[in-house]
Write a protein that binds this ligand. Sequence first.
Ligand code: ADP
Length: 317
Amino acid sequence: MSEQKGKKIVVFGSIVQDLISYTERFPRPGESVRGDSFQLGAGGKGANQAVAAARLGVDVSIIAMVGDDIFGESNIKSLRDQGVDVSSIGVSTKTHTATATITVTREAENSIVVTLGANMELVSDVADSHETTIADASIIVCQGEIPEIANRRAFEIAKKHGVTTFLNPAPGDPKMDKSILELTDILCTNENEAEFLTGISPDTPENGEKAILRMLEMGPKHAIITLGPKGCLLASKGHQPKLIPGKHVEAVDTTGAGDCFCGSLAALLLKGVAIDESTRIAANLASLSVTRKGTQSSYWRLDEIRRHHPNLLPSTF
Ligand code: ADP
């Protein structure tokens, strides 16, 4: 990361209104089940990752699109309230703010239907019109909930200005154009996304190694596969893959754990923490997030982390 740059993260990504039902079990096709409770939540992988980074006290801005509706308004307010710079969020008059209808069972499993709405208007031209914001950042973080060609354009701009590129190609798309990986410095997936990218399911330690080494061959300097409660695998060019164990916790809701991991990892890297240590701490922070309900609301704040886990973060935080 360049020393001259402002120490900032820019997220180029999605904003989604979460509509979360908590229920005993998933309904079968054609069946209605009665939910235990309901909650609205500000979400979207881009917004979640921006909030996870902001929770650690770093400067984050988000380039995103919402609809001209109540969900758009409330998501912008919520991001602003959580310390994310929202000045690069555009409002579309053509379509609605994206929504995610989430079901969380008592076993803490989730299923999600996403309607992308305004996220699909985050096109290459928007990346071009925010070139200065991208150029001013040290790290740009992209996900898979917006048009992939726009992610590619954002990374091209980032590379032109020496900005570190971080890709979380989630949710996984088997038809993804993998050429963006040549522009990617840090690639972070979960197990499903790793399988979509490599054709190898990281279901055993051997297969995990094979999958992550294949990911590295595609272009990035560092590749990470998160493995739920098992923690994550990290591989860097020229180094053997290593397993970084997760923290054993009582999981109540795993929604958004991967986003917590990515946003936290970007914040730690921004602060100059080495990749191995950043990955270990991000895995711990993601594990803490699954102990609470909700997505952004489950991410721990700096003061809470300091109070309950005083040795988790380096002194630079
Ligand atoms: P995603 O949410 O993208 O599917 P994962 O399920 O792999 O991603 O979770 C991301 C990270 O969150 C893991 O690497 C781990 O650190 C933490 N995590 C997720 N589920 C649990 C769990 N049940 N117990 C402890 N940590 C968890």
